[in-house]
Design a protein around this ligand. Sequence first.
Ligand code: AMP
Length: 358
Amino acid sequence: MPFPLPPGSTIGILGGGQLGRMLALSAARLGLDVVILTPDEGSPASRVSRETIVAAYDDPDALARLAALADVVTYEFENVPAATVETLNRLGVPTAPGPLALAVAQDRVEEKTFLNAANAPTVAFAPIDSAADIEAALPRVGLPALLKTRREGYDGKGQAWIRDASEAAGALTSVGGVASILEARAAFVRELSIIAARGRDGQTAFYPLSENVHEGGVLRTTYAPAKVTPALQAEAERIAGEVLGRLDYVGVMGIELFDLGDGTLLVNEIAPRVHNTGHWTQDGCEVDQFEQHIRAVAGWPLGDTTPAVSVEMTNLLGDEVLDWAALAADPAARLHLYGKGEPRPGRKMGHVNRVKRL
Ligand code: AMP
């Protein structure tokens, strides 16, 4: 399929959550259709898309149908099975981002190894398969140290702090005894992230850094643009440029950073997709992260990332969404709801962007 994809083309999205929904809304605005593949009936994304295939991500018939419908396939989450991407590529559909970005982002040891080779600094770390590995790594990694599963951890799940060498075996049991990584503690003063994009022609675009506050491992609030020096913004863009270039990346990426307060940024993790800490761009920037991702994937020129206002983005978790009427009445609040039925505790139901003139 020749890029740029003309309006009327179809973008396939693996995953039907709120990120897929906001991608689909942006695609629609550019005259592009979206087909969703998700195992869930009635997903947030399917409610605003042309068609939904409800099936497992490795269902061969479903992938054949998606390949027949879509001109390019992207994803809204990084734990897509590698075999799914291989199958789609074999069926002749390009995927963006490519398999390398997925492989790197799915395994914390691969990720940190890749990042260090790409001149993107991280905390010291060691791969862990046993309690003995932890004891052997502690002299180098130091105490306290954080044990995380290598794969499939998110929002702080599958993690255990180790404050003393005697806690090694218990920590490994508590994360499920699976292949893990031991990380040195990052003595950060705040958590930042940068949303970055790379187009099919290698063009890059960077949004201003945002400052992110987590509660119980879940993002609560993003402040953007973060109050940072031009040098810190430049360092974040240097890191992001290295990462995107070496992955020959196409699309938007979220890069979570620890600000050590002395000009040093360490990369915590990379998300090969649009990112919760980039939701502020919807009401803050000329072109938001969702349209930017669609532009990149479709081979269009990247859009302008200049901020027009400053934004405080707050996630609406669980029951907080029940305040929708009051939020809708607040002229300073821009309300984004995901069309999810049941406000289970902690579930991301929507977000609010509060804008202020710069
Ligand atoms: P993660 O699931 O890797 O994004 O980690 C969730 C949160 O745990 C991060 O946003 C940080 O607040 C904290 N965290 C993760 N890794 C480290 C580390 N090596 N040192 C200190 N805090 C960390």
